[in-house]
Structures are given as structure tokens and as C-alpha cells.
Design a protein around this ligand. Structure first.
Ligand code: M6R
Length: 364
């Protein structure tokens, strides 16, 4: 059942090209997504804010979604941790669309937060993987991620398919609201359609170097992950994967925060994983990395092919092809997943069933 892979996690990492393709299949044509979500055109135009509700990895998707909705649809959006949101006094605002993001559809806090927003009068939607789950049944509309069953406790394909679904939603809302011209929407859709094949190639190329890197770093006990823009949620996700399955202390930070505290952690050899693709914030990440190098930290970079400056700064680098910044998360999450996986294997951890964790957190 593991399809020849030693662990479900590795199998699921490799299923991502297909899973992403399944997520967008048949949904790029105008109108299809609206139908699934049950949002009429007038309603879509009347949305004034989107509150995304999620936990864990799904919350990291929400952080990416926030940027996608604001960039492409011009809708103010927030990414809310469900366990906080459900207990926060909130003024209700007309035109709020609450969007639960959850692989299982059974996360207790996400369910409760979704119910609270419904009671407060918000229109609700869900991005969910499990058909017929509680969240899928209770939301006004559902966009299924179609990732197939995710067995490994550490979420991988659920994440990239959620990001794909969010991108589809942002493009749809952007078009409906006249915010995104058809040519630009077409470019982004095309970049998305090309992703599965390119990602499959990348997975093949990256595995061996990342395994070698994990061998080298297997005894490191602290990691810092840095990124900006779309890279910030990826830093959080990379750090979460590492701590969850290899039990290594890892912190994810927006790299602009380095000077506000975490730089004090940097000493000789501290591994700093930097997500630094070639986007509008890349120069700023690079200047943060210079500060890391000045303190003898070890830089492990995820960057764009051909970036000579980054290559000379980094002690180790993994390269992704040049792609639209909004699509980068689909590529840059792969080395982070694979690195965490190989680290856990090197350290002899139970990859698919990490200690203390359950696949779905059905109690508060
Ligand atoms: O099923 P959900 O997406 O609601 O689950 C949310 C989190 O419990 C989940 O993403 C968790 O953080 C994963 N184990 C991360 O790999």
C-alpha cells in the first residue's frame, strides 16, 4: 500500500504532481469554481473580507491564501488560528466570508470556529480533502482538494493542494471583481498547469542531494527557517515539518524579524534554511543572509536557478526553476518536506507516526 516507498510520507510527497493536477482539473474555466462554492456573481463581488480559519499546516496555507486574495482579488484577508479565533471577541462585519481550511475536516477547533462565524452571520466555505467530513457538510460551499487519502501524520500533499485551491479561488474572485485582467489570469493559470510536470522533475533531481545534506546535518539540534512574502509561510511550514517528525527544535520567522530577536541565536554553524526565490523581496532576504554569514551561521538556501549571488552566499543550495512568485510555494515546499523526511530517517524516527501526534486533532 506504500506503493514501493518505505514510508507513506515519501509516497505522498511524490504524489504531489498528480494531486495538484487533480486539484485544478476542470476548474480553470470560468464559473466552475463558483458553482462548487455556491457563490453567485453578485455575492462574490460583495465580499468585503475573507477570514481563513485553520490549524497547523493548514494555517500555513491560509497565510499563503491571505497574500493570494489580497494580491489577485484585492480582498482584505486574514489567516486565523482556529483555536484563537473561536474565543476572540469579533465585531461582525457585513460581507465577511469565512473560509475553513482543513485536510481532515474533523479538526475540533476549526469546526468550532466555523460554527461561530456562521452563527455570527458570515457566509462560509471550506477547502477540505475528506469528502463528507464535518466541515465539508457544515460549510455553505466546499472546494475539495482531491489529494487522495493522506496517511502520514505530517501533511504534505494536503498543503500543496490547499495552496492550489486557494490560488484557483483568488483567480476566480479576481476575475469576477474586475481586479485581474484576463491576460494576467491566463498567465497565472498557465503557470499552474505547467507546475505538475516541472515539480515531478524537481523531485527526481532533489532527493539525492537532500539526503546527503540530511546525513551531514543529522546531529544539529536547532534550525532557523527564514523567508519573506510567500516565503514566510514556507519557513513556518519547513520548521513545523522538521520538528514534527525529527524532533529537532526549529523556528520559522519572517526574515525581516531577524534583527528583532532571533539573530541572537546565530552562532558558528547554526543551520539557517532560507527561502529566497527570485521575487521582489529576494534582495532583502539576501541582505539578511549576509548578516547570518557575518556571524558564521550555515546557510541552506532554496533559491531560483541561476542566482549567482545566492550561490556565493549559501553553504548549501537547492534550486527551483524560475516561476511566478505566487506559484513558488508549490515548488519550494518540496525540498523542505524532503529534507525533514530524510532528517527523520537519519535520526531513526518513526516518520509516519511521530510521537505524541494524531493525524486529526478531534478534541480541543
Ligand atoms: O486536518 P487539518 O488540516 O485540519 O489538520 C490541521 C493540523 O492538525 C495539521 O495540519 C497538522 O499540523 C499536521 N500534522 C502538520 O503536518
Amino acid at each position: 500500500e506504500k506503493g514501493g516507498f518505505p514510508h507513506f510520507m515519501l509516497k505522498e510527497i511524490h504524489q504531489q504532481p498528480h494531486a495538484i493536477a487533480d486539484t485544478f482539473a476542470g476548474r480553470l474555466a470560468a464559473g466552475t469554481l463558483q458553482q462548487e462554492l455556491g457563490i453567485g456573481t453578485d455575492e462574490a463581488r460583495a465580499i468585503r473580507r475573507i477570514d481563513m480559519i485553520a490549524c497547523g499546516t493548514s494555517w500555513h496555507s491560509a497565510l499563503i491564501g491571505r497574500r493570494l486574495f489580497e494580491e489577485f482579488a484585492g480582498i482584505p484577508a486574514s489567516a486565523e488560528i482556529a483555536s484563537e479565533y473561536r474565543y476572540r471577541p469579533r465585531p461582525t462585519e457585513e460581507g465577511t466570508y469565512a473560509l475553513a481550511i482543513t485536510q481532515s475536516g474533523e479538526t475540533a477547533d476549526t469546526i468550532a470556529a466555523l460554527r461561530a462565524t456562521r452563527e455570527a452571520g458570515a457566509r462560509t466555505g471550506a477547502i477540505c480533502n475528506v469528502v463528507g467530513s464535518t466541515v465539508a457538510r457544515e460549510a455553505d460551499g466546499v472546494l475539495y482538494t482531491r489529494a487522495g487519502p493522506e496517511i502520514s501524520v505530517a501533511s504534505t500533499k494536503a498543503f500543496t493542494t490547499q495552496v492550489t485551491a486557494l490560488l484557483l479561488m483568488a483567480l476566480t474572485l479576481g476575475r469576477l471583481r474586475g481586479r485581474l485582467d484576463p491576460a494576467r489570469a491566463g498567465q497565472l493559470s498557465e503557470a499552474l498547469v505547467k507546475a505538475p510536470e516541472k515539480i515531478a522533475g524537481l523531485l527526481g533531481r532533489m532527493a539525492a542531494p537532500l539526503q546527503a545534506l540530511a546525513r551531514e546535518k543529522a546531529n544539529s539540534n536547532d534550525f532557523l527557517y527564514l523567508g519573506r512574502g510567500y516565503g514566510y509561510p514556507l519557513a513556518l511550514e519547513g520548521a513545523l515539518k522538521l520538528k514534527e517528525i525529527s524532533y529537532i527544535h526549529a523556528e520559522g520567522y519572517p526574515s525581516g524579524e531577524l534583527k528583532h530577536g532571533p539573530i541572537a541565536l546565530i552562532s558558528k554553524g547554526l543551520p539557517v534554511v532560507a527561502i529566497a526565490p527570485n521575487d521582489s523581496l529576494r534582495d532583502k532576504v539576501l541582505s539578511n543572509l549576509e548578516e547570518v554569514k557575518a556571524r558564521d551561521g550555515t546557510v541552506i538556501a532554496v533559491g531560483t536557478e541561476g542566482d549567482a549571488d545566492l550561490a556565493s552566499l549559501a553553504d548549501h543550495a537547492v534550486w527551483i526553476p524560475p516561476v511566478e512568485p505566487a506559484i513558488v510555494p508549490l515548488y519550494a515546499s518540496l525540498p523542505l518536506q524532503l529534507f525533514a523526511y530524510f532528517m527523520a530517517v537519519e535520526r531513526g524516527c518513526d516518520v509516519d507516526q511521530p510521537r505524541n501526534l494524531a493525524k486529526s486533532v478531534t478534541v480541543e
